[in-house]
Design a protein around this ligand. Structure first.
Ligand code: SF4
Length: 328
């Protein structure tokens, strides 16, 4: 490893990063041009991927114990964990700048362009993908749910990336035991059916000589729960929200439908709707094969609460959202 790569990794670790890896720019040969490293820094030669792990018991027990709360994980994720990631990314950036290399820190996942634009053909697209960077830097591989699984922590970490001109040494691609055995738990536990595993819809991508295949994720459905908290069983119920709105079973979700469901849920759930947080069940329930028996499987709170749903209508019109109430 060259001395600068060593210095970067040491600084990342000294700044509380549990995982750090480097991807060479050639691993992005097949990436979409508006979201690849050179779109952010034309001189880019490498991407540094870093991650901080969640406290394991906090993750496994969130919403599942007698406390029935996910306040702790919500706040650590959005404050302390996020701030530590930004802090480490900024320090690594400054180190590389001081060494004379242009460097741009990326953001933690959380902002998207919702519609296709110019060469961006997908919906809900970030300007840079930390999960793809993590795979390109050898930190792990994709699961069926299209997220990066690591051998050390499975799904229990959060990523950030730094794009740099510096000629850092790349880490090898992950080549250990498979981290996804297609157990389908992520697919079965998604309350909005966002994960499409039809063989003809699977996405294939090539990174660093490896070909990965994962499910097509409907990000409007995922965002329906995870971003705007319309599904109380994915977390908002833990704050006291009893009102839910399911996305339509068939047809497209439009901006208008998305927005009006969000307003309707807020109106029905009252101020409680401001105090909620959703935690994707795909992420929560996925324990990769090498970590089974080591990581505790969270209790399926989602399923238990789903059984209490009382719908406002019969659900005959499958193209419309459905309102319901749960008993908490
Ligand atoms: S839950 Fe199972 S199928 Fe889904 S990503 Fe994890 S290991 Fe793969």
């Amino acid at each position: 490893m060259n001395a600068l790569t060593d210095k970067v990794k040491k600084l990342a670790k000294d700044n509380r990063m549990d995982l750090v890896g480097v991807a060479s720019i050639d691993r992005y040969a097949h990436a979409p041009e508006m979201v690849y490293p050179k779109a952010h820094l034309p001189e880019a030669n490498a991407v540094i991927a870093m991650a901080i792990r969640y406290p394991d018991a906090m993750f496994a027990n969130a919403g599942a114990g007698d406390a029935e709360s996910i306040f702790s994980i919500e706040n650590y994720q959005n404050t302390v964990i996020g701030k530590n990631l930004y802090n480490a990314a900024l320090r690594v950036t400054r180190l590389l700048e001081d060494e004379g290399y242009k460097t741009v820190p990326m953001m933690v996942s959380g902002r998207w362009r919702l519609h296709p634009y110019k060469s961006i053909r997908t919906e809900w697209c970030a300007d840079f993908s930390n999960r793809h960077a993590a795979v390109a830097a050898g930190l792990g591989e994709f699961g069926l749910h299209a997220l990066c699984i690591t051998p050390q922590y499975g799904m229990r970490q959060r990523f950030i990336s730094v794009v740099t001109e510096a000629p850092l040494d790349a880490d090898p691609m992950y080549s250990g035991p498979s981290l996804c055995d297609k157990c389908m738990i992520c697919f079965k536990s998604c309350p909005v059916k966002a994960i499409d595993v039809k063989p003809e819809h699977l996405e294939k991508i090539q990174i660093g000589g490896r070909v990965f295949e994962y499910a097509k994720v409907d990000h409007w459905r995922c965002g329906w729960s995870e971003q705007v908290n319309n599904i109380p069983e994915e977390g908002p119920a833990m704050g006291g929200q009893e009102i839910g709105i399911l996305p339509p079973e068939q047809g497209e979700i439009t901006d208008e439908m998305f927005l009006s469901a969000f307003y309707e849920k807020n109106k029905l759930a009252g101020f409680q709707a401001q105090m909620t947080h959703a935690m994707g069940n795909c992420m929560r329930m996925c324990i990769p094969p090498p970590l089974r028996g080591k990581q505790k499987m969270p209790a399926p709170y989602c399923k238990k609460l789903m059984a209490t749903r009382i719908f406002e209508d019969t659900g005959e019109d499958k193209t419309k959202p459905r309102k319901y109430k749960i008993s908490i």
